[in-house]
Design a protein around this ligand. Structure first.
Ligand code: DC
Length: 223
């Protein structure tokens, strides 16, 4: 059976995960958050005392020990590092910055892309990340580049963390986001960029429901 793949790329905080998750639920698709996999790899490095930026080889040498599993429950995607559920822990700011650093390592990308392609072969998926349209699923039936201004992306992340009761600082969030934007779009391997055939959606002036509707409309056109 041929499954439908929807690929969504864009910078951090553009609303990819929340919008994709809601659209996937309403259309009966499986939502795959590939950023969570890079986050789990970064957590492995942090917990094993590996300095990601200065000691890339140490991480590459232990690549076989990074066992990432994605499971689906009623709450959505859960991420496991070996047998431990790390779904909440990987949302910390230390892991966010680490994930961007881990994502420049080709060997890490190779391992995770293989897992992502395998998952897309077994269900109708909405997969989000940075290189999904251009590299992971170049044959996806729907390709979207979801973005918003840096200010509004940082504000959304700030509010999200405040609502969860996580103490945070807006300027630090904005600076980390700017760092990640630069890191993700300037790296040589699979940089963040809009694929030529992806539809651009700027959510700066859109609310959540409007963003979901736009995406659903594009998907329904190919169903
Ligand atoms: O989407 P996110 O913020 O959870 O992603 C965390 C980091 O992982 C991000 O800084 C870039 C990297 N990433 C990537 O390089 N390629 C992907 N397909 C997904 C995420």
């Amino acid at each position: 059976m041929k499954y439908i793949s929807v690929a969504i790329d864009g910078p951090a905080g553009a609303g990819k995960s929340s919008v994709s998750k809601t659209a996937a639920k309403s259309l009966g698709f499986t939502y795959i958050d590939t950023g969570a996999m890079y986050r789990a790899a970064a957590l492995f490095a942090i917990e094993n005392g590996i300095n990601i930026k200065n000691d890339t080889d140490a991480l590459i040498n232990r690549l076989d020990e990074i066992n990432i599993t994605i499971k689906y429950t009623d709450e959505g995607q859960r991420v496991y590092l070996s047998d431990r559920d790390v779904s909440e822990r990987i949302r910390g700011e230390d892991v966010s910055v680490g994930a961007s650093d881990v994502a420049v390592i080709p060997q890490v990308r190779g391992k995770l892309v293989e897992l992502q392609r395998k998952m897309a072969k077994s269900a109708n998926v909405i997969m989000d990340g940075r290189d999904i349209c251009s590299y992971v699923l170049p044959d996806a039936q729907v390709k979207i580049f979801l973005t918003a201004s840096l200010q509004s992306r940082a504000m959304r992340r700030y509010k999200e963390l405040c609502e969860k009761g996580i103490e945070c600082d807006f300027d630090k969030i904005k600076a980390d986001m700017e760092y990640r934007d630069k890191n993700d779009s300037q790296r040589t391997v699979a940089p963040l960029r809009k694929a030529d055939d992806a539809v651009l959606i700027d959510t700066t002036e859109l609310d959540f429901e409007q963003s979901v509707e736009k995406i659903k409309e594009l998907i329904q056109n190919v169903l």
